[in-house]
Design a protein around this ligand. Structure first.
Ligand SMILES: Nc1ncnc2c1ncn2[C@@H]1O[C@H](COP(=O)(O)O)[C@@H](OP(=O)(O)O)[C@H]1O
Ligand SMILES: [Mg+2]
Ligand SMILES: [Mg+2]
Ligand SMILES: [Mg+2]
Length: 353
């Protein structure tokens, strides 16, 4: 199998990072700050990024990393830094062998800050670059909704390996999507899934653990014959994608079921395993450029499960343009056999605006 070590390290690193995010999920104080674009970041985001990059830097020291967060807020705030460090220093996998593969603990709080900033690559279409989102769906994480820990390896701009850790999704791939999956989420018994894919080798899911990797099962998108019966997913945040355009498109496709709203790349994971069918993300703001770490893993997992992912014009997402999807607007993800039809309606609805 290609990229076997990369997949194994990515799965273990994501699994370890979710030990930290779950701890923060259950704690009262999440240490929330507002970033310069008014979006939130928490101690969970900083801590998970430190753990993920520490593992990648140990296993693949010459790879570049494009990660969402940077350390300046922690450098400026000693108390926040201490809180993050108190979490990071103690998190480890139950399996010694697995922990060794990730290089063990971060050495000091100063080392932690430098590690967080190793995610500052400007990306591009040359060489090996990891795209990393320590908590995708931070707003959902704070609200008690869905969130995902996301890692993808690109080689020369092409995504080769994708991993999503979704602590609040049901383990059972066949569990139907309930409309309130995006609210009042919990990581109790039966929750927590690791999704993985390697280009050309299919997509899998497995229950998340605190130690060694569990055995995986293959996942596939649902074969839908009748689009009317489709379940479509969209963001909870109306500022992240246009609920109005998406409702219009669904209605023109004959979809009668209400959309399933949830935060994060759990949407890509959910359609890849056939729990949902279509994911629409149509721009609200013309000037917003989607970030590569919000899509790289999900894009590969859906395509490897039998889906097609394009932007609203039908172009494949181009991850080799830097830290953002500078050449794409919006996302349309659907099973291969119906993607063309969905895209046609997307173009027609957006074209009328
Ligand atoms: N105006 C905007 N349009 C689209 N996406 C946006 C946005 N502002 C922020 N985002 C991104 O939307 C992501 C969450 O997506 P979703 O709404 O599907 O849960 C955020 O990831 P983070 O939560 O990692 O910051 C953030 O990067
Ligand atoms: Mg963010
Ligand atoms: Mg994100
Ligand atoms: Mg994030």
């Amino acid at each position: 199998m290609a990229y076997e070590k990369e997949l194994q390290i990515a799965l273990l690193a994501v699994q370890r990072a979710t030990i930290l995010t779950k701890q923060v999920f259950h704690s009262h104080a999440k240490g929330t700050l507002s970033k310069s674009d008014a979006s939130p970041v928490t101690i969970g985001d900083f801590g998970a990024q430190a753990l993920l990059i520490s593992a990648l830097a140990h296993a693949f020291p010459s790879d570049a990393i494009v990660a969402e967060e940077e350390s300046s807020d922690l450098r400026d705030n000693a108390e926040l830094r201490r809180t993050v460090w108190d979490l990071v220093k103690d998190v480890q996998l139950d399996s010694k062998e697995a922990e060794n593969l990730l290089g063990g603990a971060v050495k000091s709080d100063a080392a932690m800050l430098d590690i967080i900033d190793k995610g500052n690559s400007s990306g591009g279409n040359k060489g090996r670059i990891w795209a990393l989102d320590p908590i995708d769906g931070t707003k959902g994480f704070l609200r008690g909704g869905q969130y995902a820990v996301c890692l993808a390896l690109m080689v020369d701009g092409d995504v080769k390996v994708g991993v999503l850790g979704c602590p609040n999704l049901p383990v059972d791939d066949a569990a139907p999507l309930s409309v309130n999956i995006g609210a009042n989420a919990s990581d109790e018994e039966g929750k927590g899934v690791l999704f993985g894919a390697v280009l050309g080798e299919g997509a899998t899911s497995r229950p998340m653990t605190r130690g060694e990797l569990q055995k995986e099962t293959k996942i596939q998108m649902k074969q839908i014959e009748d689009l009317k019966a489709a379940t479509f997913c969209e963001s909870v945040e109306a500022g992240h994608s246009s609920h109005g355009d998406q409702a219009e498109i669904a209605s023109q496709l004959g979809i009668t079921k209400a959309s399933v709203r949830m935060d994060s790349q759990a949407k890509y994971a959910s359609i890849a395993r056939g729990a949902g069918d279509i994911y629409l993300r149509l721009p609200v703001r013309k000037d917003y450029q989607e970030k590569i770490w919000d899509h790289a893993a999900g894009d590969l997992i859906v395509r490897e499960a039998g889906g097609e992912v394009t932007d609203a014009e039908g172009k494949r997402l181009d991850f080799g343009k830097g830290r953002t999807l500078a050449e794409n607007k919006g996302v349309v993800a659907a099973p291969k056999q119906v993607h063309g039809k969905v895209l046609e309606v997307v173009k027609s609805v957006l074209g009328k605006k």
